[in-house]
Write a protein that binds this ligand. Structure first.
Ligand code: FAD
Length: 377
């Protein structure tokens, strides 16, 4: 009898986990990988699309490219998860499993920020990034605000990257002098676990005249988006709002009984939820790392090792260390990186690597190596 594995979500976590299981025990599994989309794109591609560096279609990688022993991809929307019966329902089928892996990521709740859906922009969803791409060329003077509306949010460096790329964009357009840029962040520093990276980013903001507003979140947008209200009552004038919406677990997860306080709690040693045979990885969990692809990928490795060990009648002894590398766009053709480790020591540590042109190739390899590994292209 083959092990029936159903993987919910073909993002960073689901793709890595399916790849490992296929490579290791592909002949002995019947793995169904389900996603509502027909293609994958990296989170950072949304910045490329929004700032006109890449065409939307150029960054999409079709799931039809996946050809792996033991794996079949299904483009379906998941409508129910029963973690006790280990049954997954989609809009067109029902899957009974021996092992379920939930890798459904995080959704956005735009309505949690009054005025955002009606009068603001967000660049965290693909359609949001595509819309921003159309709007940006017409912004030539006034106040631009990149603002975080809720925490936790994906990829903590992304708001800083957006502010820096916006500076580049306005400079190229020749209108930078006519515009202000402010960045509203809920942290005291841009990247709290890495003082070195935070210092480098604060210096980059200062050099580019970007105002960093620390320890604040955006509460709402008023006056048809012309005023941004912060959570302490401060009002900022605004002509262009680039929002990072409040994140929530997908509705199907919240309805499944798997979540507590909004996200799925997991055991850090094996990524199991409180339901036997049901694992959760990546942004949908409350594991304690930031919501980022590298951490979803790291968790996928441990979940896969646990599934393989259990299949062979053993236990996986390597726990999840919450370590990963994040690349950061500084604009001006430069990329830096930070190596972060959340669980190995008593507190999170982040090692700063100076931005350089050479790091651009490192980041490109990060993307191309995953594309090759997960899609064979
Ligand atoms: C602007 C931006 C820049 C970023 N830059 C980086 C970066 O440089 N490095 C980095 O590591 N991370 C980055 N990230 C974060 C990264 O994209 C996510 O953290 C990562 O994709 C999370 O992986 P995941 O597997 O948990 O979920 P996801 O990759 O989000 O995958 C979840 C999948 O589940 C599917 N799904 C959800 N609900 C359903 C349903 N009901 N039915 C069927 N399918 C469903 C979705 O379609 C999706 O494909 C960035 C994010 C943004 C927004």
């Amino acid at each position: 009898m083959k092990l029936r594995v159903v993987v919910l979500g073909a993002g960073f976590g689901g793709l890595e986990l399916s790849t490992i299981l296929s490579e290791t025990i592909g002949e002995q599994i019947d793995l169904t990988l389900i996603d509502q989309n027909d293609s994958f794109f990296f989170g950072f591609s949304k910045l490329d699309v929004a700032f006109g560096r890449q065409l939307p279609d150029a960054v999409k990688i079709p799931y039809s490219s996946i050809v792996k022993p033991g794996v079949k991809f299904r483009k379906e929307a998941i409508t129910a998860i029963d973690p006790v019966a280990k049954r997954v329902t989609t809009q067109s089928a029902i899957y009974d499993a021996d092992v379920i892996v939930i890798a459904l990521g995080a959704d956005y709740d735009l309505d949690a920020t009054p005025g955002l859906a009606e009068t603001g922009n967000e660049f965290y969803s693909f359609p949001g990034a595509e819309k921003l791409r159309e709007i940006l060329p017409s912004f030539t003077k006034g106040h631009a605000i990149v603002g975080v509306c809720g925490a936790p949010f994906k990829c903590p460096p992304a708001p800083s990257e957006a502010a820096l790329l916006l500076h580049d964009h306005l400079t190229k357009l020749g209108v930078r002098e006519a515009c202000t840029i402010s960045l509203v962040m809920p942290f005291g520093l841009p990247i709290p676990p890495s003082p070195g990276t935070s210092k480098a980013l604060l210096k980059a903001f200062q050099q580019r005249n970007i105002q960093f507003i620390a320890q604040r979140k955006v509460h709402s947008l008023a006056a048809s988006g012309r005023v941004v209200m912060l959570d302490d009552g401060t009002e900022l004038p605004c002509d262009l709002f680039l929002g990072i919406p409040k994140h929530v677990a997908p509705k199907v997860v919240l309805q499944s009984g798997l979540a507590e306080n909004g996200w799925i709690p997991v055991n850090r040693t094996n990524l199991l939820t409180r339901f036997p045979g049901v694992y959760a990885i990546g942004d949908v969990t409350s594991i304690g790392t930031p919501k980022a692809g590298v951490f979803a990928e790291g968790a996928a490795k441990i979940a896969a090792a646990s599934i393989i060990a259990a299949f062979n009648g053993n236990e996986n002894s390597t726990g999840y260390n919450g370590a990963g590398t994040c690349y950061i766009e500084y604009g001006n053709g430069e990329v830096g990186k930070v190596d972060v480790d959340f669980f190995s020591g008593p507190k999170p540590v982040g090692i700063h690597h100076e931005p350089s042109e050479a790091m651009v190739a490192d980041k490109a390899f990060f993307g191309s190596s995953r594309k090759a590994r997960w899609f064979g292209i």
